[in-house]
Design a binder for this molecule. Sequence first.
Ligand SMILES: Nc1nc2c(c(=O)[nH]1)N[C@H]1C(S)=C(S)[C@@H](COP(=O)(O)O)O[C@H]1N2
Ligand SMILES: [Mo]
Length: 245
Amino acid sequence: MRTLIKITRRAGLILGIKALIAFIISWTRPRRALAETDYFSGTDYVGKTRAGPYEKFYINYWKPLRRIHAETWQLEVDGLCKNPQSFQLSTLLSLKARTQESRLKCVECWSAKAKWSGFHFSQLEQITNPLPEATGILFHCGDEYVEYLSLESLRHERTLLVHHMNGEPLSDEHGFPLRIIIPGKYGYKNPKAILRMEYVAETVSGTWSKIGPYSTDGTILPGTDHPLELGKRPHRIPGGEIISY
Ligand SMILES: Nc1nc2c(c(=O)[nH]1)N[C@H]1C(S)=C(S)[C@@H](COP(=O)(O)O)O[C@H]1N2
Ligand SMILES: [Mo]
């Protein structure tokens, strides 16, 4: 009888220890996952602004953006690809880079020019290897902005994944740590503060083309532009990338 009590006690103790271990694992797991995806500083926001130093290059954020921490941020590339990857900023900064000048043209009339430095999408594509059914990428941004670009437009020679603007790392306002610059398309097709690039099989209407009467494709149309650094004087544009001023 005594040995039986001893045995059940021991079994009880083992069970108790096992339950405790399971509890500790379940408690630490979600916390670890949370730490991995918490890119933000938590309290300090960047909003939409057109005043002061931003008079010559407006800032557009759909929702206030919590500032992104360089140390915890990783670019997630996943979805329909053979080799989903997380990239640290230092890895992206070590990719072969290029600098080009181009004008960012917002569909709401204004435009502004800058020198952008970054790398071509083909370098990420070679590593992540999209599946044949992938047609484009859905960009998920820090302010919950979502935008889609076809693989064809991402492969365009002028498209850049940008980390520097005018020789400085991107400011939080202009999309730190990584944004797209695609000069032939309106600003809304140039997502900023990118967190995740998801290979998808279908064209998706992004945040802006859902809010306003704007095309999903976003190619700049013939019309009138009001460049900020040229006193907003009206300039006729033929459509596509603005190259004449
Ligand atoms: N994450 C994010 N990216 C974004 C936007 C936004 O609201 N959120 N606005 C877009 C629009 S409409 C424009 S015109 C450009 C403006 O870029 P800028 O703020 O660097 O001038 O950012 C684009 N990228
Ligand atoms: Mo815009």
